[in-house]
Design a protein around this ligand. Sequence first.
Ligand SMILES: Nc1ncnc2c1ncn2[C@@H]1O[C@H](COP(=O)(O)OP(=O)(O)OP(=O)(O)O)[C@@H](O)[C@H]1O
Length: 210
Amino acid sequence: MSLLSVVDLAVARGGLRTVEGVSFTVDAGAALILRGPNGIGKTTLLRCLAGLQPPLEGRVIAAPDSIAYAAHADGLKTMLSVAENLRFWARVFDRDEIDAALEAMNLRDLAERPAGALSAGQKRRLGLARLLVTGRPVWLLDEPTVSLDADSVALFAAVIRGHLAAGGAAVMATHIELALPEAAILDLGGYRARPRAAGLRPAGFNEAFA
Ligand SMILES: Nc1ncnc2c1ncn2[C@@H]1O[C@H](COP(=O)(O)OP(=O)(O)OP(=O)(O)O)[C@@H](O)[C@H]1O
């Protein structure tokens, strides 16, 4: 069963097309890794999949409320504890269970620590734990392993595997080897947009008369 389909997608950032003609499907239980050089548009594509910006062309097909996005920034509330951050985030998604997320990302001993007093890798673990409390099947992750040590990368890979085994799916942008050999790889380098403006202006718009 397909949880996410992308059809002939083109996206733009800062008024410029980044990638175009991107199509793929991610089934339940499957992971897709987005690769490509810096600036090709991996983050831009993820933002579009997450609904944070519209596509220039093409379609993103997913069930309503099925997607959870872990952006490059962890988006933590620094004055709240680890547990409070997770409870807050769970409530945003109308849920209240956080124990499994604390356990999975090895955060139990840090549960009462203010998020602002965590190390970079610990913050990243908390950022990833936020996905677990959403209960959503499709995870989008931007550079999920930045700042993680080898043990935490392995922890992360185990969490992704558990999510896939439970029928979820994941799309991840990363330059790092994730120890997930079963994941499919899509290199966006082959979808670089031909240089031209994003085409965001209305049809008939003529710059000479603007
Ligand atoms: N906030 C922004 N405003 C305008 N342009 C941006 C912004 N963020 C990124 N861009 C540009 O959009 C293009 C795509 O950037 P994007 O962050 O999607 O690439 P990426 O493949 O994720 O790169 P990286 O591997 O470095 O994370 C780049 O040319 C970048 O310079």
